[in-house]
Design a protein around this ligand. Structure first.
Ligand code: 2PG
Ligand code: MG
Length: 444
């Protein structure tokens, strides 16, 4: 990963802009203020506003997961009666009382120094003292402050930090929701459509929306009413993953597209922590051991155009992961989410042990933007693919859209092409495309 401390000025790809001698131009903060806002599930989360010394402000807010990995950075929540214990007044106070004096004490010459100083102030590996929800919001806002000071858009600044070539990612629309994100008995959490054959981002969004509407029609005619899950996908009353996959195939065709690895592919996040039981995994009425589950996935991959499976096994079932890798790694993408929690060391370990060939990237799992970029670097060095991801609890913050473009990973998931907090990211991608005609679109 590049940083700003090198003696040579860095050139930013794709514009006439330069960031030169950034180390000589510190970013200063006049004021740091946090507040408690509500996320897309109606639970509190942390928003941070930084006022720069030039009087301009930048803002960011923390997302929150429902199916969290055991080793994720730890949020600070209030406990007690209000919001079922999920208030973030303490995390907000940590920003106002501890992080603010640190940030305003002097100028900052790099995001890396700033993130390291906040981490040091916290003093724990998991960020559990100040709260990962406080720290990630500060880090994302600070990244915007550095981009602002460098006078470049956020995605370009992130490209500069990551050393990657910018690229518009293929959106993975989560259109059927199960697991921890929806009521009902569907064990797998996410069924996604990926318009890999789209000409560009705008076209991909159109395809996603048209397929979503076709699916709405199918679900309504077949099941009457169907609820929506947390990420805007439908939650029909089904409990067999193959029923969900059949619905996707029909919806893709009904919208006038061809299901296939070169036009509209399918991706799944079973999120296997959620259906792991004593002695195996529960799918519909069956309990499968790891071998049977690997066979089951292999059967699905042979029958449907599935390009990616995330968290196919529980995070601690390393033999299961190794088995799936052996079976499918040369055919499809196998993504570690709960397995890696965006932690560079865990990603390196997974590469060494052949657990997966891809990593999910969620900034709030690790707690700072600097560490998120380090996770992407670790994956890249191990020849692993990365997919940038939202959380099931989201806000209108579009940071991950810029992160996906700036790190050039080629793929993103931000839920269904419906609901404001999901669309905010997709629309931001379209906006980046509209103002950066030179950028390529697609998988890497
Ligand atoms: C996941 C995420 C996002 P959550 O498992 O990949 O879709 O869910 O934010 O609930 O962890
Ligand atoms: Mg996941």
């Amino acid at each position: 990963m590049n940083d700003y401390t090198g003696a040579h000025p860095h050139t930013l790809a794709g514009g006439g802009d330069y960031i030169t001698h950034h180390g000589d131009r510190p970013v200063g903060f006049e004021m740091v203020a946090a507040s408690q806002i509500l996320d897309s599930r109606g639970y509190p989360t942390v928003q941070v506003t930084l006022t720069l010394t030039d009087g301009d402000t930048v803002e960011a807010s923390a997302p929150a997961g429902a199916s969290t990995g055991e080793h994720e950075a730890v949020e600070v929540r209030d406990g007690g009666h209000a919001f079922s214990g999920r208030g973030v007044r303490r995390a907000v106070a940590n920003v106002d009382e501890e992080i603010a004096p640190l940030l305003t004490a002097h100028g900052w010459t790099s995001l890396r120094d700033l993130d390291a100083a906040v981490r040091q102030l916290d003093g724990t590996d998991s960020l559990s003292r100040l709260g990962a929800n406080a720290v990630i919001a500060v880090s994302m806002a600070a990244t915007r402050a550095f981009a602002h000071a460098a006078n470049v858009p956020l995605h370009r600044y992130l490209a500069h930090l990551s050393g990657a070539e910018e690229r518009l990612p293929v959106p993975h629309f989560n259109v059927i929701n199960g697991g921890a994100h929806a009521p009902g008995g569907l064990p797998f959490q996410e069924f996604m459509i990926a318009p890999v054959g789209a000409a560009n981002e705008e076209h991909a969004l159109q395809m996603g929306a048209e397929i979503y509407h076709a699916l709405a029609g199918l679900v309504r005619s077949r099941f009457g009413m169907a609820g929506l899950g947390d990420e805007g996908g439908f939650a029909p009353p089904i409990d067999d993953p193959e029923q969900a996959l059949d619905l996707l195939m029909e919806a893709i065709t009904a919208a006038g597209y061809t299901p296939g690895l070169d036009q509209v592919a399918i991706a799944m996040d079973p999120a296997a922590n959620g259906f792991a039981v004593d002695g195996g995994y529960r799918i519909s009425s069956r309990i499968m051991n790891s071998e049977q589950l690997a066979d089951y996935y292999t059967g699905l991959v042979n029958s449907y155009p599935i390009r990616s499976i995330e968290d196919g096994f529980a995070e601690n079932d390393h033999p299961g992961w190794a088995l799936l890798f052996e079976r499918l790694a040369d055919k499809i993408q196998l993504v570690g989410d709960d397995l890696y929690v965006t932690d560079p060391a865990r990603i390196r370990d997974g590469a060494e042990h052949h657990y997966s060939n891809a990593a999910l990237i969620k900034p709030n799992q690790i707690g700072t933007v600097t560490d998120t970029l380090a996770a992407i670097s670790a994956a890249r060095e191990a020849d692993m693919a990365c997919m940038v991801s939202h959380r099931s609890g989201e806000t209108l913050d579009t940071f991950i859209a810029d992160l996906a473009v700036g790190t050039g990973v080629g793929q993103i998931k931000s839920g269904a092409p419906a609901r404001g907090e999901r669309l905010a990211k997709y629309n931001r991608l379209a906006q980046i495309e509209a103002t950066n005609a030179h950028l390529s679109f697609g998988l890497r």
